[in-house]
Ligand binder design. Sequence first.
Ligand SMILES: N[C@@H](CCC(=O)N[C@@H](CS)C(=O)NCC(=O)O)C(=O)O
Length: 218
Amino acid sequence: MTPKITAFKWSPDGGKGMARDTRVRWALEEVGQPYEVELVSFKQMKQADHRAKHPFGQIPTYEEDGQTLFESGSIILHIAERHAGLLPTDPHARARAITWMFAALSTVEPPIVEREQADFTDPGQPWHSPARFGFLEDRIRVRLKELADYLGDRDWLEGEFTAGDLMMVMVLRRADTWLLAEFPTLAAYVARAEARPAYQRAYAAQAELYSGEPTDSF
Ligand SMILES: N[C@@H](CCC(=O)N[C@@H](CS)C(=O)NCC(=O)O)C(=O)O
């Protein structure tokens, strides 16, 4: 069965590839697995049919052979374990690559998403202030510096490109461009990954969907 993923009917980023279906698309492109896409509106995501696939009413989901998965990390690990190209065969290197996937999602992504969310949640709140944004941005800087120090002059986190790099790059792309630019090692790492043909195809596929006017998806 051709796997089917879900994506936004209309993406709030207008096709910049921040929505988490892009990382799943990229993984599928890296391993050469064709896929189908079901587009869901914000309203549909919160309805029972979609919640049966995703308990939190979000995208992406992944359906294949009667199995449904949610959480981009789990989906990409599932893809990487079943196809060559995203995880090394050596067990130690494989475990390190998976470790980087978790590091991306549980150590690097949270402060980036917290800063991103503050743009929407903070206005009108008593704590809304430049100082708070500075605090949130400094928390991101700590992680970016640590990651840049580790990466050094490596091309990829563990020698060859893996699902760990895929996830880390997608997480770094969510940081503000000006913040990432403070760490040229990381900006170059992201650019190197974005130059991969599989990434280009994944990005183009989602960008094409959102190039017009917003639909009635909200
Ligand atoms: N941890 C989840 C996060 C999923 C997530 O936040 N999805 C967003 C799109 S990128 C979403 O569906 N937002 C709409 C909503 O939460 O109502 C993952 O990695 O898949």
